[in-house]
Design a protein around this ligand. Sequence first.
Ligand code: NCD
Length: 294
Amino acid sequence: MKHLITTKDFDKNEIEALFEDAREFLDEKPRTLLEGKSVTTIFFENSTRTLSSFESAARRLGARVLRLDVSRSSSSKGETLYDTAANLDAMGPHAIIVRHHHSGVPYLLAKHLHCPVLNAGDGKHAHPSQALLDLFTIKEHFKNEIEGRKILIVGDVKNSRVAASNIELLGRFGLDITLVAPPHFMPKTSLKSSFELSERLVEGADIIMSLRTQTERHQKAIYASLKDYANDFCLHANLLTKNPKLIILHPGPVHRNIDISDEVMASSQSLVLKQVKNGVAIRMAILKKLILEK
Ligand code: NCD
């Protein structure tokens, strides 16, 4: 039995096979592959996209979905995570999808549960399904020719699990990564990095992945206001005009006019909604793999 805790859980061949399935699932037709199976979602942290994306994916494959409402569950009455997990396990789900504000929770659950555990985001650590859908979106756009493509990962890289998972995965698939962030958002890294989103960098890039400032993960306010951050790092149309082939990704939720301007969001360079569409197909492929492959 396999889990998806970090992108490292799948090798390159497994990822290519996953993408083949996902390409078929883009037709959005309902399927019966997981008929009779049940999938539990348990999100200890807010989510719009990832929760609904996983639940749509499970339903589109014919599975039943049990959403555990954490605010009403016994964990808010002091039940330990282990006991919550053991009780869920006793109901015999075929997969559990978990998001938690502490890094490592999906890994701990996986040790105790008797079904595949899918990490839907844990603290600052990892968000593997997001990185897989990002890689898939890049591959689809560039018709599989991604080796050596230049990507700028811009924003609060240090606190972003999306960045952490993408750095591992995109690096493994041969993308040329540069981190762009102010000093306090820059992790220790051996990758290329810049404290400035310069015209030169933008002109030389194929892809920019913009990230939300993870204000909920900052111990103290780092920028006097997000406006100051936006002055330096917001993706504005005038910055992008010189490079019309550049594509823009963002995992959502987007802070409009702080991460990306309204104009850029509305332009054909932004693949943000394509990412959301691709996300359902990728999560269908992940669920199919983890539940049906022994
Ligand atoms: C991301 C997350 O929750 O890590 N969002 C998502 O899953 N689509 C990024 C974020 O919250 O900024």
